[in-house]
Design a protein around this ligand. Structure first.
Ligand code: BES
Ligand code: ZN
Length: 849
């Protein structure tokens, strides 16, 4: 939708809709370019709402006919919806519209993917299907009839009947329109079954395109595990007779929790050992869980308005993280989540796109499905749980489900439940929802007469529209270690509520070494001036596995910063300390693999910027390369031994144990490839019988500049597999050196298999370009220009995916004048494009502000 003057929507302006929708009947007569949608809705005046015109959202709909109580009416129709005179009491609204799913490349509303009809209605896609009060606080019971020749025709709820060319569905649970879904196509089913805790039988189906049957088993098992886990941990039972999942190739996001009919990007559900990596399997298990968990946190209890998005997303991300921790390794999951938070949410919160977990205004809601709403939103729930304790958390959640089942709720409702369940005043805690920015916590210490004092000072830098910040409630988990490495004080949670606050610990025989922010108990930047020796001590002795990893990460960061800014040599004391950890075969291989990771180049750029140094992407790249090479040389004797330990002899399983070993193995292979020019990687590539090994070997070969043969072989082997070919496209850009990245990406956009209309393929290339730090920031601006060229092209088809990818430019202000100027010029070029979508307009405006 081209919109010249985008409207800003404010949280403070919330008003309820003037009517309730008591029943919705929809009939779809499917045809690719002329689908007819008939709606019959019973509206009744909403006694809680102020007087207002009867307005229904509707976009890109061809009106056919309208009637109220059976009599034709002529509403006034604009680009965004219709208004109509209506009777004073309840009435029956009927409308018929025509839409063209085959021309819908925005992948929002009803569209087609490989000849199959599917929908995506969150957040505001239903208005592209028919005229409706398309807002989450209008909930109704839907009955849907689908007419068409497709063998499979699905909608929400339970099947109500079917015959030649038609199928009917009824969803007894009132729901907002964003949870509506319809799928029709010639699909095949991977069936399953689940018996709920109260003994009800649920039919489970995973619908895929013919040919993908062999990639369903894992997803089905993940679904059953999720259903069981939600019963055991949250007491939540499934509430329909049937649960359908459908895989589609063209999808903007990962997956969508439509009631009883989840729709998944095929990359987020289809998996087999030959075609999917361990990381793919883990992500699939998590996404299936996430969408399933929304059945309670999102569907049974939904959001009053889109400002409350974190109510369902933050909580559901928190729940899926708990699930993954239970299914796999909690320590590995926590470290991975923190890496992700620092890699995506911190840059967002420290740049022009910074916004609160609950934003107060937006132009296009699709632009607020962000790392802040999701990941920081989940961190906020984790802090709440830490502060009130596990038992009180469980009690509060029971109360939440009891009190708000069937509601469209708010963050105020959520916090009230915790206040009522615990008696705690959460007024100050609520700032986590309204204040943007990453708080910094500075630590200082003192020791005198057996008393140890920790002083914590908090400060949050200004963010757009929020120059001054008030102190927040920050749970700081702390442990103290004795100089001999024993634990002097087990983990204790300090509650930092003031701008500055001191905490004392008495009766200590010697000055302890503090282990602060254990388990990353709050999403903050910890500022602590301390010695390398102390960090090395924590690396060797900390009983908190997160902080042990963090100690190494701190040392790695300091080592790289010194290399970049002072031309220092790699820190050998750290490398020795790290070696002791990775040699320790009592430790989980997955944990050791994480220990081998380095801060990303983008993270280093951010650290330098924070310290007042303009980051030079080439210098950062060079230092990182030098360090990798040094590590490989220094550990050359150890590597074969580790490779041996990482070998899996049993048949492939994507479980935590085996994938941990393979993760260690691929970290070792990456180091080995720096010594042998790719020889070991070549051997692994040739003999691999699963995608994890094949792809990690291919990455090493491309990285070593010896990948051309293997790339050709890989392509020949996997040409027919869209998802594997996405890897082929992405990896080349991700693993190429800084001078080639942009050219490589450009060449790939000219490949006959590059399809910009498929978001997975587009992201494979353009996402990898944006993520290759030194490559994207090539000093001649080729990376910026290429990305901008394609964003401009894609915007005409798919504004949502385009807008999300604009965030590649979110750190533009931190670089040198040349790069800053080049990036700014590209942003201005995008902004100047005639007919630019509302989505992208909002993004570039915020980026440039
Ligand atoms: N409700 C979202 C999907 C969505 C996002 C729809 C934005 C429309 C606009 C879904 O529950 C979700 O959050 N999916 C995530 C994956 C999840 C594991 C965090 C996704 O699609 O990336
Ligand atoms: Zn979600």
């Amino acid at each position: 939708m081209k919109d010249a003057s985008p409207q800003t929507i404010y949280l403070k302006d919330y008003t309820p809709f003037g009517w309730t929708a008591e029943e919705v009947h929809l009939t779809f007569v499917l045809a690719p370019s002329a689908t007819r949608v008939r709606s019959r809705i019973r509206f009744a005046p909403n006694p809680d709402a102020p007087q207002q015109d009867f307005f229904l959202h509707g976009e890109q709909l061809k009106p056919i006919s309208f009637a109220i109580d059976g009599a034709p009416v002529s509403p006034e129709i604009t680009e965004t919806g219709l208004t109509c005179a209506v009777p004073e009491g309840a009435f029956i609204w009927e409308a018929e519209v025509e839409i063209a799913p085959v021309e819908n490349f925005a992948l929002e509303g009803l569209y087609m993917s490989n000849g199959m009809y599917c929908t995506q209605c969150e957040a505001e896609g239903f208005r592209k299907i028919t005229f409706y009060p398309d807002r989450p606080d209008v909930m109704s019971v839907f009955t849907v009839r689908i007419e068409g020749d497709e063998t499979v025709k699905l909608s929400n709820g339970n099947p109500q009947g079917q015959g030649d060319g038609w199928a009917e569905w009824h969803d007894p649970w009132p729901k907002p329109a964003y949870l509506f879904a319809l799928v029709a196509g010639d699909l095949v089913n991977h069936p399953g079954a689940f018996t709920t805790m109260s003994g009800r039988e649920v039919e489970l189906n995973l619908w895929v395109r013919p040919g993908d049957e062999g990639k369903c088993a894992f997803g089905m098992e993940a679904l059953k595990k999720s259903m069981k886990w939600d019963e055991e941990v949250y007491g939540r039972e499934y509430d329909l007779d049937i649960f359908n999942i459908v895989a589609v190739d063209d999808f903007n996001m990962g997956a969508m929790e439509n009631k009883g009919l989840n729709i998944f990007n095929s990359s987020a559900v289809l998996a087999s050992p030959e075609t999917s990596t361990d990381a793919n399997f883990e992500r699939i298990e998590a996404i299936i869980a996430h969408e399933y968990f929304h059945n309670w946190t999102g569907n049974r209890i939904t959001c009053r308005d889109w400002f409350q998005l974190c109510l369902k997303e933050g909580l559901t991300v928190f729940r899926d993280a708990q699930f993954t921790s239970d299914m796999r390794s909690a320590e590995v999951k926590r470290i991975s989540d923190v890496i992700d938070l620092r890699g995506r949410q911190f840059p967002e919160d420290q740049g022009p796109l910074s916004h609160p977990v609950r934003p107060e205004s937006f132009q296009e809601i699709n632009n607020f499905y962000t790392a802040t709403v999701y990941e920081k939103g989940a961190e906020v729930i984790g802090m709440l749980k830490t502060l009130v304790g596990d038992e009180a958390y469980a009690k509060a959640l029971d109360l939440y489900f009891e009190r708000h089942d069937g509601d469209a709720a708010t963050i105020e409702d959520w916090l009230k439940v915790f206040e009522d369940a615990t008696g705690r005043d959460l007024t100050q805690f609520k700032r986590w929802y309204s204040q943007a920015g990453t708080p910094h916590v500075a630590v200082s210490e003192a020791f005198e007469n057996g008393t140890y004092t920790l002083t914590l000072k908090q400060h949050t830098p200004p963010t757009p529209g929020q120059p001054d910040k008030a102190p927040q409630v920050i749970p700081v988990a702390v442990g103290l270690l004795s100089p001999n490495g024993d634990e002097a004080l087990p983990t204790k949670v300090l509650e930092l509520t003031e701008a500055e606050q001191s905490f004392t610990f008495e009766g200590l025989s010697a000055k302890p070494v503090p282990s602060i922010l254990r388990g990353f108990s709050a999403p903050v930047v910890l500022e602590r001036e301390t010695s390398k020796e102390e960090r090395a001590f924590l690396l060797a002795h900390d009983t908190d596995t997160f902080n042990r990893w963090e100690a190494s990460r701190d040392l790695a960061r300091e080592c790289l910063v010194a290399m970049i800014t002072e031309g220092a040599e790699p820190d050998t004391a750290w490398l020795d300390g790290l070696e002791a950890v990775i040699r320790d075969s009592a430790l989980d291989p997955a944990y050791r693999a994480l220990m081998l990771g380095l801060p990303t180049q983008s993270e280093l750029a951010q650290v330098l910027h924070q310290r007042g140094v303009t980051p030079d992407p080439d210098a950062i790249w060079t230092a990182t390369e030098t360090l990798k090479k040094t590590r490989a040389e220094r550990w050359s004797k150890l590597l074969p031994q580790l490779a041996e330990e990482a070998k899996v002899t049993e048949p492939y399983q994507p479980d935590a144990e085996q994938s941990g070993k393979r993760a260690l193995g691929s970290a070792v292979l990456a180091l080995t490839s720096r010594l042998d020019g790719g020889e070991a990687a070549k051997a692994q590539f040739e003999s691999a019988d699963n995608m994890t090994l094949q792809l990690s070997a291919l990455a090493c070969l491309v990285q070593a500049g010896a990948g051309e043969d293997a790339l050709a072989k890989f392509r020949a082997q996997w040409n027919g597999d869209r998802l594997v070919m996405d890897k082929w496209f992405g990896l080349q850009v991700a693993a190429s050196g800084p001078s080639e990245t942009a050219d490589r990406a450009k060449a790939l956009t000219e490949d006959p298999d590059f399809d910009m209309k498929n978001p997975n393929r587009f992201r494979a290339v353009m996402g990898a370009l944006a993520m290759n730090h030194a490559g994207f920031h090539r000093i001649d601006g080729a990376g910026y220009q290429l990305l901008a060229d394609w964003l401009i092209k894609l915007d005409e088809k798919n504004p949502q995916t385009t807008a999300r990818m604009c965030s590649a430019f979110q750190t533009w202000k931190r670089y040198d004048e040349t790069r800053r100027g080049l990036m700014k010029a590209q942003l201005e070029r995008i902004a100047a494009k005639p007919g630019l979508s509302r989505d992208v307009t909002e993004m570039v405006t915020r980026l440039l502000s």
